[in-house]
Design a protein around this ligand. Structure first.
Ligand code: GRG
Length: 329
């Protein structure tokens, strides 16, 4: 977060983000104090607010200055946080944003209900403050998240799928909402149509890079840095780009043998898989793919007016990949 603050030196964006924080808590407030406590739990636990920040940054490219970009930021963060409530139920996660997850602290039932509540509130915020096209887009993105998550479940522990299917998963579960964040922000500030399109293309690639980098972190960082033991994705049967690339190699028989073995995988198995993946250069090649996508993202910004906001967008990708380099053990 501090890093993002030094990267995004536009005071108006941070002023608007403070307003997003207030509005998020408003939107998660129910008549029932019990539901309010649960619905506000993860909002109060922190988070980078990457999606509202993208909405606010994209809004810098439009002429209008009113409350709508803040509401765009609120609606995308509510969808994001709602999906985290559900994701933690699916993964039986204990910790989220450094705090006890809602399912661990209360129950799965409560986490599902509160996640639904946040989703419903996101729709209400968008329908009250944003255009009909934005409401449609948010609903379509919500569907894409579910599709991405469902596809991921189908591929769990599958040794025979490839990078194309992985990309399909991360497109749905991550890039779609990142793109919608930028798009809603730009539309909310009445940016020109071609600027909205360029920012959407840029954000799509950034979203893909965001997830590729996050997945690489799981293979290179220690528990202290990522808040969970390294190799958690492998333990859960989520084979990300570097692991899939290792599996696709002709000499992959050892990785294949390890991952086809008895489950749950032992620590020793996970460590050996990570060793083979890292020493085979597969983390590096995933990061090279991320860098290639950043070039595509950068090209998408050609038609966008020059200035400080554009310069910031150009550096955000390097920030995401820098997190991986900084965390390498
Ligand atoms: C009901 C919309 C809905 C979804 C159900 C569970 C699910 C289907 C989708 C899950 C999508 C998901 C959790 C994707 C992972 C996205 C991701 C990269 C999360 C981490 O985002 P950060 O790093 O987290 O921005 P913070 O905490 O900083 O906000």
């Amino acid at each position: 977060m501090e890093d993002l603050q030094s990267l995004i030196r536009i005071p108006g964006v941070w002023g608007s983000l403070a307003r997003v924080e207030e509005r998020l808590l408003d939107a998660a407030a129910a008549d029932d104090p019990y539901l309010t406590k649960i619905a506000q739990h993860l909002l109060l636990a922190g988070g980078k607010r990457f999606r509202p920040l993208l909405a606010l940054l994209a809004a810098e490219f439009g002429p209008s200055r009113d409350h709508r970009p803040v509401e765009a930021g609120v609606s995308v963060e509510l969808i994001h946080v709602g999906s985290l409530y559900h994701d933690d139920v699916i993964d039986e996660a204990d910790v989220r944003r450094g705090a006890a997850s809602v399912n661990a602290n209360w129950s799965n039932t409560v986490a599902i209900l509160a996640g639904d509540y946040l989703m419903a509130r996101a729709s209400e915020v968008a329908a009250t403050h944003l255009s009909q096209e934005s409401v449609r887009l948010l609903a379509a993105t919500y569907a894409e998240l579910v599709e991405g998550q469902t596809r991921e479940l189908q591929l769990d522990f599958d040794l025979d799928h490839g990078v194309a299917e992985y990309e399909q998963v991360i497109a749905g579960k991550t890039a779609s909402l990142i793109r919608t964040s930028a798009r809603l922000g730009a539309i909310a500030a009445d940016a020109d149509d071609d600027v909205v399109e360029s920012l959407s293309l840029w954000a799509w690639e950034l979203g893909m890079v965001f997830q590729i980098a996050d997945d690489a972190l799981d293979l290179v960082a220690d528990e202290e840095t990522i808040g969970k033991p390294a190799g958690s994705d492998i333990r859960e049967g989520k084979f990300t780009m570097p692991v899939l690339e290792a599996l696709a190699r002709e000499n992959s028989s050892r990785v294949r043998e390890l991952l086809a073995g008895a489950r749950p995988y032992s620590d020793q198995i996970v460590i050996e898989v990570i060793d083979i993946v890292r020493s085979g250069g597969h983390v590096d090649s995933a990061l090279a793919e991320a860098t290639r996508r950043l070039e595509v993202a950068s090209d998408a910004l050609r038609g966008v007016p020059d200035g400080e906001p554009k310069q910031i967008l150009q550096t955000l990708g390097a920030y995401l990949l820098g997190r991986v380099d900084a965390a390498r053990t």
